[in-house]
Write a protein that binds this ligand. Sequence first.
Ligand SMILES: CC(=O)SCCNC(=O)CCNC(=O)[C@H](O)C(C)(C)COP(=O)(O)OP(=O)(O)OC[C@H]1O[C@@H](n2cnc3c(N)ncnc32)[C@H](O)[C@@H]1OP(=O)(O)O
Ligand SMILES: O=C([O-])CC(=O)C(=O)O
Length: 376
Amino acid sequence: MAEAKQLGGAGLRGQSAGSTALCTVGKTGAGLTYRGYDIKELADKAQFEEVSYLLVYGKLPNQAELDAYKTKLKGLRGLPQALKEVLERIPADAHPMDVMRTGCSMLGNLETEQDFSEQTDHIDRMLAVFPSIINYWYNFSHKGVRVNVETEADSIAEHFLWTLHDKQPDPLHVKVMHASLILYAEHEFNASTFTARVCASTLSDIHSCVTGAIGSLRGPLHGGANEAAMDMIEQWKSADEAEEAIMGMLARKDKIMGFGHAIYRDSDPRNAIIKEWSQKLAEQVGDTVLYPVSERVEAVMWREKKLFCNADFFHASAYHFMGIPTKLFTPIFVCSRVAGWTAHVMEQRANNRIIRPSADYTGPESAQWVAIEDRA
Ligand SMILES: CC(=O)SCCNC(=O)CCNC(=O)[C@H](O)C(C)(C)COP(=O)(O)OP(=O)(O)OC[C@H]1O[C@@H](n2cnc3c(N)ncnc32)[C@H](O)[C@@H]1OP(=O)(O)O
Ligand SMILES: O=C([O-])CC(=O)C(=O)O
């Protein structure tokens, strides 16, 4: 394991803002772990529901617990009529992350958390219904179809793909979705999780915490990078063309989306895992362009800048190969990260003090009052 990145300067980098038992990120000797379990082992061996249960309920479920949990989640996929009506009014050209934000917020109006003792029921509900929200809106606004969201799918991974394409998905795609949802589920005090914790620290309700977190995840420096990476790589018809374009972008000091990380120094452990799945999917669809382009961009970025792919970069091609529209990439991140966000909300609530840091004042020392008619 490489040394931890030297952290300092702006963006609260390197400052501890609290403690957590949920996750280590880039910790020497540990890397990325969820409650002590290595990410590679989880992504290889677990279903997403085992991981969401681990995060929210504090332990890996045994078979009976997993079965009961999945049955419960399956029963929570339906959309209330009032939420369907709201989704039907959101235009096709809306940003899908705005749809998620509104969907979560509307759910909070219809099924308000009245007391923190209800928190796990609301968390289970959000995990189960978020894929229904985005795919109901997508199918209605783009195809005029009111898709059935009460599918027979065995898992959240399968339910997402089933409600997107309105048919039972390819088992390989379901397997990849499990891995993807696991990789995205949790990442310590990243920007969106910190947003959720700040909101939780005011003793606000769980839908407000998650709605705020969705807003933070939307930005291209965070979750939105997977879509931005896709928009970039699909422009190029060959690896050579990609290399030339990347060299130009670096010369212009453009940001290359899907590269770099606030904490990791020389690799993001999620990349190797999703990259392997992207390669398998490329073989399945007979791709000869997108995967080689992605690999070349990865090589050039490392050669030129020692910048590495983060979790988002190979997610772009992997999702694309599964027929997922680019605009739905970041909402999938929401369907996964809601497990981590809400586990953090529970952790914050269990040992709360309102989060309220200080600022270094940089304004004028003292200003003289000027009457409005005398102002320049
Ligand atoms: C799931 C996730 O949210 S992962 C993150 C997804 N975001 C992206 O992929 C967006 C692209 N990446 C970035 O903007 C950044 O790497 C961030 C936001 C992830 C991290 O930001 P920081 O911690 O401030 O980056 P860091 O301190 O390592 O930057 C060091 C230098 O590398 C540059 N750099 C970092 N990432 C990139 C990049 N992707 N492309 C080009 N240059 C970069 C920075 O501009 C900086 O240069 P400077 O010193 O001349 O200003
Ligand atoms: O940790 C971060 O800053 C961003 C990230 O990779 C994530 O949230 O998954």
